[in-house]
Design a protein around this ligand. Sequence first.
Ligand SMILES: [Zn+2]
Length: 327
Amino acid sequence: MSDGTHTAAQVTLARLPSGVELTTTVHTYRGADPGPTLYVQAAQHGREINGTELLRRFHERLPLESLSGTVIAVPVANPLTFDRVSYTTPEPFDSINPNMNRVWPGDADGSLHQRMAARLWEYVTAADAVVDLHTGSPDMLPHVVYRAGDDRSRALAEAFGTDLLVAERTGDDAPDAWSRRDFDGKLRVTVAEEGVPAITPELGHNKQILEDVVADGVTGLLDVCRHLDLFPGAVPTRDQTVGRNHAGQVTATDSGLFRPNPTLEVGDVVEAGTSVGTVYHPTTYEPLHEAHVDRDGVLYTLTREATVTAGDRLANVALVDDENPGA
Ligand SMILES: [Zn+2]
């Protein structure tokens, strides 16, 4: 068996007004034997650094000598938001598209984010599967999002192996916010629409390297590679719950201080009517909003940032889907 190769290329994503070139590193692992191509990236939202750390450890563990096919890995897809430890890019850089994950497949002649995405898209188009690594808030259960009804993307999500899988409705099945928030410009959605399986792992929370979450993520990505036959080995069968997002949001109907229900933790199975907490008036102490879950499901976010404004999201409940993974 001959060895595969690893190369790390500095790729120019765009040019800044000063003339400074915005570059990032693209790692290519090429097996000696032919096989599929996996594209994986992290930190297009630059504060979501668990994916970047995951790819560093994946680099150390990837068995190059038994690789059949190609893995392309981009640890920092968006250096601008990475340096700013932010979710979006400041207005002077891209006032039209501040969120890079709304512009895919990008545009080489467009705004800064569109140009950056278009450059990376050249690698994405070579892929037979795509993993876009993200992280959520400090109060989010790790989960993997895939396009509802897309069996190949779901199989990737199952291989990644988080306890909760979230099937996201797209297009006509999606809630009203879908097109208003340009969700069809997400990398995962754009790729899946082209018939290529794609997933978005949401791993723990941003800004901090969470040891367990990163370790599970490395295992998950290695299992995705095994699922794609990039290298040998069986993917373990796991007990996973499939939920639906968007429909199960609990939002504040009033502004004040939110005290989450102290008996709840993310990952809990909750029933319709469960209180997720209370919004109080901070000076008169008057309870303003007792926030309830309106249906049964898995609590996968519960906000811990206490100062809330009416309309803010307090919790997310994934509605347990009738489709059963592995069935
Ligand atoms: Zn993100």
